[in-house]
Design a protein around this ligand. Sequence first.
Ligand SMILES: [Zn+2]
Length: 68
Amino acid sequence: MATKQYKQLGCLDVQPAGGCGFQVRAETEAELLQLVATHAKQCHKLESIPQEMVTQVKAAIKTVPVTV
Ligand SMILES: [Zn+2]
């Protein structure tokens, strides 16, 4: 077992009024953004994430320790 630093983001961190409890973790920011883009497309009908939202997402990313 080891502890790794993961990037974490929840939909509520970006859209507090959205009421979406989706939360995602990934090892890198690029991977996280990929997962967020997939979720945005499937659940929020966003074909692509606007640049301003990317900025919001990046600002809201937290780094959390995860035991793997
Ligand atoms: Zn969502």
